[in-house]
Write a protein that binds this ligand. Structure first.
Ligand code: ADP
Length: 636
């Protein structure tokens, strides 16, 4: 008796999408079923090595059978099969995160991405009106048949099935001439052959089918009648793509492999394929995805490369093979030098693996440098996706990797809307310029309008834009490049004054000592110091911080979960040549109260110009109103 069961809600959604799919690449269903079959064989093989109940098969194979009369396409394997419980859990629910992610994307109506996710078994419903899944697991005494028409329910019943493995029968949909959907095609030998070649050529087990052939009835007789006969043929080469000679692999093949294997819907930005022979022998096939995955910049993201030994899969995400700063790499390493029986723990300390990792890091770095030099456009695309990660790499481990990475980072600048490297910055620096200047801010507009830019504009010095939170933290570690120190235009004393200017400034400070003291007293809970500025031209005031923690870094630290409570030292700088200061100097002796209001306003003005929030907007607004009224009165 068949039991009827209901699909889990999410499964229903996915099924519904498959059944009503308007996606044009329906033919991916075959690669999905073949890939499941191959996984099932892998599992059986693995179990057979350790579990007595699981016998190995004489020859592992996947078989495709087309029955034109009954319009069925059957894909069978002698893999591990499924128990009754397995059928319910594996086919009735979606546990797999790829499918879930796919569903989420789809809710955003991005239909183009179907099939590039590992949507798996359910894709069969894109071409079949009914799917029958007959299976026998070595862990159960009988076989089971699962059956569904892709609606809300499925049935399961016990069946007789001798051999361990699975047989999936697809009852193909009727052709729909109007919409040009020709499901009968999938019953044609050439279609099957092409699909296997295109998507599943590298599968390590033979994918067989019975093919129709012709021959002369009598070999020796020239005029002999031709007869038709059938022969079983293996359709796939079984050579993993990375084992083929490079000259024989088309870019498109690599791109397809990447998309299928790593669930991306876009071609990779860069493919790095390398064969190394010598004291250590391995093949690596690495990809840089166009876009980082959504969780790339969180601690949920897991880096790692697949590890194979002589084409046999060992581990899915080997972390040892990729350093943090290149964690964006996807792909695989296949090395004959690694033993198959090696345990995960052993792998971690494996010397061979460490050597491979070191090679790969160098190789990737070289490839990136080449890209930077020869294909700037691609590098910029890469950098916009992963630049932040490189900068974290510099910051990480107290700068252990900074030498390797410092030539890979880029910035936009006050003189360039395109990214430039540090090397390029230094190369075009004038003789008189001693430091590499940078400014932090949200964007170009904000930075260019910073009062501290005045003198740099005047001197025609280029200023790097630090718009990424990590930038300033990174620069603390970097410290210098090509023996040139980094210097924030918003921190510490300005280093742009010559001796004469310095003396003049000192002179003025002396002259206005009292006023500065009064201002400082009035602002003592807001800033650490009030001083005259040598860096302002147009603006009356600006805020700078002391050396060490900057105002921007303070902001970043405050957003962190375990904030340290560290604070930047704020210093208010006043432009001694500005009219406002001169006015202030003239009233200061006569009107103490007004000076207090002015101090407060100046401070808030500095906050405003720098793009920091005003601490007490109401108070500031009241003050402004008061001063405006007074000014009007006195001008009457
Ligand atoms: P995925 O393969 O990504 O896990 P699928 O929807 O393709 O998702 O398959 C769901 C599950 O069904 C698989 O994880 C596997 O446990 C089981 N399955 C599918 N096809 C087979 C098969 N041919 N033999 C054994 N188990 C299978």
């Amino acid at each position: 008796m068949a039991k009827t069961k209901e699909f889990q809600t999410e499964s229903k959604k996915l099924l519904d999408l498959m059944v009503n799919s308007i996606y044009t690449h329906k033919d991916i269903f075959l690669r999905e079923l073949i890939s499941n079959a191959s996984d099932a064989i892998d599992k059986r093989h693995h179990y057979s090595l350790t579990e007595d109940e699981v016998p190995s098969a004489d020859e592992y194979e996947i078989f495709i059978e087309a029955d034109k009369e009954n319009r069925t396409l059957t894909i069978s394997d002698n893999g591990i099969g499924l128990t009754e419980k397995g059928l319910i859990e594996e086919l009735g629910t979606i546990a797999e995160s790829g499918s879930k992610a796919f569903l989420e994307k789809l809710e955003k109506k991005d239909l183009d991405i179907i099939g590039q996710f590992g949507v798996g078994f359910y894709s069969a419903f894109m071409v079949a009106k009914e799917v029958v899944f007959r299976t026998r697991s070595p862990f159960s005494k009988t076989g089971y048949e699962w059956r569904s028409a892709g609606e809300a329910t499925y049935t399961i019943e016990e069946i007789d099935k001798e051999e361990i493995g699975t047989e999936i029968v697809l009852h193909l949909r009727e052709d729909d001439e109007e919409n040009e959907e020709h499901y009968s095609e999938y019953l044609e030998e050439h279609t099957i052959r092409n699909l296997v070649k295109k998507y599943s050529d590298y599968i390590r087990y033979p994918i067989k089918t019975e093919v129709e052939k012709t021959r002369k009835k009598d070999e020796k007789d020239e005029d002999s009648e031709i007869e038709t006969y059938y022969e079983i043929e293996t359709l796939n080469s079984m050579i993993p793509i990375w084992k083929k000679p490079k000259s024989e692999i088309e870019d498109e093949e690599l791109n397809d492999f990447y998309k299928r294997q790593y669930n991306d819907f876009e071609d990779p930005l860069k493919v790095i394929h390398t064969n190394v022979e010598g004291r250590i022998t391995y093949t690596a096939l690495l990809f840089i995805p166009k876009k980082p995955p959504y969780d790339f910049y969180t601690d949920k993201f897991e880096k790692g490369l697949q590890l194979y030994s002589k084409g046999v899969f060992i581990e899915d995400k080997n972390k040892e093979l990729v350093p943090e700063h290149f964690r964006f790499l996807r792909g695989l390493v296949d090395s004959a030098d690694l033993s198959l029986n090696i345990s995960r723990e052993m792998l971690q300390h494996n010397r061979q693996l460490k050597k491979i990792a070191a090679h790969l890091e160098k190789k990737v770095k070289n490839e990136l440098e080449k890209m930077l030099e020869n294909d700037r456009e691609a590098y910029v695309e890469f950098y916009e996706a992963y630049g932040t990660n490189l900068k974290y790499g510099i910051y990480d481990q107290f700068g252990a990797h900074k030498e390797k990475l410092q030539d890979l980072i880029m910035f936009k600048t006050s003189k360039s809307d395109d990214y430039i490297t540090l090397k390029e910055y230094v190369e075009r620096m004038g003789e008189d310029q001693k430091a590499i200047y940078y400014a932090t801010g949200k964007n170009k507009h904000q930075i260019m309008n910073r009062p501290q830019m005045d003198t740099l504009k005047e001197k025609d010095y280029e200023v790097l834009f630090f718009t990424d939170d990590v930038d300033e933290f990174m620069v603390q570690i970097l410290n210098e490049y090509d023996e040139k120190p980094f210097k924030s235009i918003q921190q510490g004393e300005s280093d742009l004054l010559d001796d004469e200017q310095k003396d003049a400034l000192k002179e003025k400070e002396k002259e206005h000592e009292k006023l500065l003291k009064t201002l400082k007293k009035n602002l003592k809970d807001k800033v650490k110091d009030v001083r005259l500025s040598g860096r302002l031209k147009e603006s009356p005031v600006c805020l700078v911080s002391g050396e060490g923690l900057s105002l921007e870094m303070e902001k970043v630290l405050k957003q962190m979960p375990n904030q340290s409570g560290m604070q930047a030292e704020k210093i208010l700088e006043i432009n001694p040549d500005h009219e406002l200061f001169q006015a202030l100097a003239s009233v200061h002796e006569s009107d103490k109260k007004r000076v207090k209001d002015y101090a407060n306003l100046l401070y808030n003005q500095a906050l405003l110009i720098e793009g920091y929030p005003i601490e007490n907007p109401r108070e500031v607004s009241d003050l402004m109103v008061k001063l405006m009224v007074e000014a009007t009165k006195s001008s009457k």
